[in-house]
Design a protein around this ligand. Structure first.
Ligand SMILES: [Zn+2]
Length: 351
């Protein structure tokens, strides 16, 4: 399957010729025109529409100047305490250099670009080539972004301290749940853990000064850009914060859902596509959604909402948003015909 970055941006989809994914782009709807009638039948109500619109407003277009030329992708704004971050794929923004060379375009909602506000990448906070995701800060933060109601992920951020021979190394990591285990993704290469190395993992509840400790179990896996720590004895406020991130206007726990992608295909202004869920699967580091909602080069890093359902019946942890990642033209998936001619993969974002 191919990553979905674009090396050329078009003003409108009708200008795109020879798309490797689609014969036509007729069913890419303008995000600003999204209406109740575009929602899955069971979810045609104003509350769900407003919810999807408010999430979709956080989708941005990314323009990353690379040595071989600019690439175009998508991303989504999240909040950690007072800090706002962009989450996208590692294959869109892969290093500190890419962050510095990244232009972020908020509210690119129509061809006039009248509403567009731009910002620049500032600092990489974490990335993983295994998970194909990265998050980084940007500056300035547009006032309209600061004013948005967003879940604050700060209670899910761990302070990790490695101590060895009287010296210590600190970093922040993001808590995640996988196969009933609590993990922390730490954006640093794994230190050389021996018997004389001590790891402390602490979380701080909002309004409290005193951090609470979880118990370090082991380093689970490691890669060039980071490593995963298994922890236990996770403080109760961390567990409840992870569930408090559930704000979707449908009940938790439905296995059937309709994938809806909000993205910037071919670098054009913001579009919405809808498809069918094909499969939900997990490997050691990521939870994947296979679906048929149409995507194109430029869609990587876009937002996928599982309208009406979530991942809780498949995994230990309910998640209802994904980051879009890869896709291919395909008339069938494991013997079942696909109605859109696309098979795409998005990654569940467990927060
Ligand atoms: Zn296309």
């Amino acid at each position: 399957m191919d990553f979905e970055v674009a090396d050329e941006a078009f003003p409108v989809l009708s200008d795109v010729i020879n798309c490797r994914k689609q014969d036509t782009h007729d069913d890419f709807k303008d995000f600003v025109d999204l209406d109740v009638d575009d929602l899955p039948v069971k979810h045609r109500n104003e509350q769900t529409l407003k919810y999807i619109q408010s999430l979709g407003n956080r989708v941005v277009r990314l323009v990353v100047e690379k040595p071989a030329g600019a690439i175009f992708g998508s991303g989504v704004v999240f909040r950690v305490g007072a800090v706002f971050i962009i989450l996208t794929n590692d294959h869109v923004v892969g290093c500190e250099e890419d962050v510095k060379n990244c232009k972020i375009e908020f509210f690119y909602h129509d061809v006039t670009r009248n509403a567009v506000v731009t910002s620049r990448g500032q600092k990489m906070l974490g990335s993983s080539n295994f998970q194909d995701r990265c998050f980084f800060t940007f500056s300035p933060v547009p006032p309209a972004i600061e004013d948005m109601a967003m879940f604050d992920n700060s209670e899910l951020v761990a302070d990790i301290t490695y101590s060895k021979d009287g010296s210590s190394m600190k970093c922040n990591g993001y808590v995640n749940m996988k196969d009933d285990k609590w993990l922390v993704m730490a954006p640093l290469p794994s230190p050389d853990i021996g018997e004389d190395c001590f790891c402390e993992v602490a979380f701080t509840q909002k309004g409290c000064d005193e951090p609470q400790l979880a118990t370090f179990v082991r380093i689970l896996s490691t890669e060039d850009k980071g490593h995963y720590i298994e922890i236990t004895d996770v403080p109760e406020f961390v567990k409840s914060a992870s569930l408090a991130s559930w704000v979707a206007p449908w009940p938790m726990g439905c296995k059937e859902f309709t994938p809806m992608v909000i993205h910037h295909p071919h670098g054009v202004y913001k579009k919405v596509t809808v498809g069918k869920m094909l499969a939900v699967e997990s490997d050691s580091v990521v939870d994947k959604l296979y679906h048929t909602a149409k995507t194109c080069p430029g869609s990587s890093g876009g937002l996928v909402i599982t309208v009406g359902g979530d991942s809780s019946k498949y995994f230990a942890y309910p998640a209802y948003i994904c980051i879009h990642c890869q896709g291919d033209r395909a008339s069938e998936f494991r013997g079942v015909p696909t109605e859109t001619g696309n098979v795409n993969v998005s990654l569940f974002n467990n927060s």
